[in-house]
Design a protein around this ligand. Structure first.
Ligand SMILES: *Cc1c(COP(=O)(O)O)cnc(C)c1O
Length: 469
């Protein structure tokens, strides 16, 4: 047998950790301030990315240095002027939590002692934070998985035999015309068929119209179609519209339909005085999706599905696997979740709340909401900008730039968006709203400041002028 140190550090572990601490300090300092452009991929990185599988290791310290240089040449959504999609923050205490969780590499498929208790505790904290009382919850990779999980539970409740015999009866799932696509995917994967989705029209605030929901439900029931779930959006991804949750909950209750609130993006704002009222009624939902990796600032991947009762998840996912304990008193996570192996995703949220308190989270979310109002006011007051008829409900502010001389506003904003990304000072994504292309800044980073918004307007004006020159 050959002597080998096999996969243990060959360099000094203390030295590696000390260097790493230095490097991480630099990274975080680099996120405090925006950088003026995104670096191009350099020659060294190109070579590195063409490297064939090393047969012999090149060293731990070297691997860290190389990884850092590649990461630095990647688009990090945690930078303060990243306004595209729904950005990230990479909360520092959360990054440390991920490092620790990976070091222990606990598997939450089965009961893991304190870590399993911590997961439930954190879910209850998140529930308290958004006003969803006595919440039970389990962490998943993303809102997509949480939404699939919720819909699976709704299906089992409506059709208890469906796990065994499939779904033979016609069914219906209700959501607003601007609900997130992951809900459609969930319906498709669960074999319910995308045709069973009732895409309910929205009002001028882009919220689901409750009168239209009510008549859709009535005509389905009259036709013998089984309602499976209503999916209310608590913050649409397009414009941040929050559906009228209390009214929807009343309908759900009257017809005994599962109410799922997709708050992947918006639910954290329920904690604020600024817009908390918009979420009135969230506590009546059967399930709520919330992505902590969006507006609770922690690193990906960290979504939570909150429920009032675990038993519906148990009816949906419990099974007998010879090599797994399936205690009927204390559910094993694997009997409640879609995933098997699960890392301790809750730790970053737990450490975040423990370190900073709910108060600092609320303040940061409120700061983002205020930036959105300021952006709307600034654009509305400027005849060269167009805004939507109503002020933003959350932190997404669609704007269109249309200075004199622009004939096709949509085409100009589309070109402008490409130019902005190429320029690299800020990052914005486009959105198609009612058939027109808009710029869609979204603020979910606690680092973003008023100064960053000023820069955004400057860049938009400057690059538009360049395009028109
Ligand atoms: C982002 C988002 C999702 C999907 O969540 P992932 O974490 O990206 O899987 C679902 N619904 C809404 C409203 C979202 O904003």
């Amino acid at each position: 047998m050959t002597e080998t140190k096999g996969l243990r550090f060959s360099e000094s572990r203390d030295q590696i950790l000390a260097n790493l601490a230095d490097q991480v300090g630099h990274i975080w300092a680099g996120f405090d301030e925006a950088r003026d452009s995104e670096p191009e991929l350099d020659e060294k990185s190109r070579q590195l990315l063409a490297l064939a599988l090393p047969e012999v290791g090149l060293g731990e310290g070297q691997s860290i240095d190389q990884a850092l240089s590649l990461l630095d040449q990647s688009t990090a959504q945690s930078r303060p002027r990243f306004f595209a999609y729904i950005g990230s923050s990479g909360l520092e205490i959360g990054a440390i939590a991920d490092f620790l969780a990976s070091s222990y590499d606990i598997n939450l498929a089965v009961d893991s002692g304190a870590a399993s208790m911590l997961e439930y505790q954190t879910a209850a904290w998140v529930g308290d934070f958004i006003g969803y009382k006595n919440a039970k919850g389990l962490f998943a990779s993303g809102g997509t998985i949480s939404n699939i999980t919720a819909l699976a539970a709704a299906r089992t409740r409506a059709l208890p035999d469906s796990r065994k015999s499939g779904v033979a009866t016609p069914v219906a799932i209700y959501c607003s015309a601007e609900a997130h696509y992951s809900n459609v995917r969930a319906v498709e994967l669960l074999g319910l068929g995308a045709d069973s989705i009732r895409s309910i029209p929205i009002d001028e605030s882009r919220k689901m119209r409750v009168d239209a929901l009510e008549s859709a439900i009535s005509s389905d029931i009259a036709a013998g179609i089984v309602p499976i779930a209503i999916i209310a959006s608590a913050g649409t991804t397009l414009t941040g519209a929050v559906d009228p949750l209390r009214e929807i909950a009343q309908l759900a209750k009257a017809h005994n339909i599962w109410l799922h609130v997709d708050g992947a993006y918006g639910a954290p704002a329920a904690s604020t005085e600024f817009v908390g009222d918009l979420f009135d009624g969230i506590d009546l939902a059967d399930s709520v999706t919330i992505d902590a990796h969006k507006w609770l600032f922690v690193p990906k991947a960290c979504s939570i599905l909150l429920v009032k009762e675990l038993r519906h998840l148990h009816h949906t996912f419990s099974h007998d696997e010879a090599y797994m304990p399936h205690d009927s008193e204390n559910y094993n996570p694997v009997d409640l979740t879609l995933e098997y192996s699960r890392p301790l995703r809750a730790l970053k949220m737990w450490m975040g709340f423990y370190a900073h308190g709910a108060e600092e989270f609320r303040a940061a979310i409120t700061g983002n909401l205020q930036l959105a109002q300021a952006t709307y006011a600034r654009a509305k007051a400027d005849p060269n900008f167009r805004v939507l008829p109503n002020a933003p409900q959350l932190s997404i502010v669609p704007i269109q730039y249309c200075p004199p001389g622009v004939a096709d506003v949509s085409a100009h904003n589309k070109a402008l968006c490409l130019e902005i990304v190429k320029d690299g000072r800020i990052y914005i994504s486009p959105a198609v709203i009612d058939g027109e292309v808009w710029l869609r800044p979204c603020y979910t980073n606690f680092r973003t400041s008023e100064r960053d918004i000023e820069i955004m307007f400057e860049v938009i004006e400057e690059l538009s002028a360049k395009l028109l020159a």
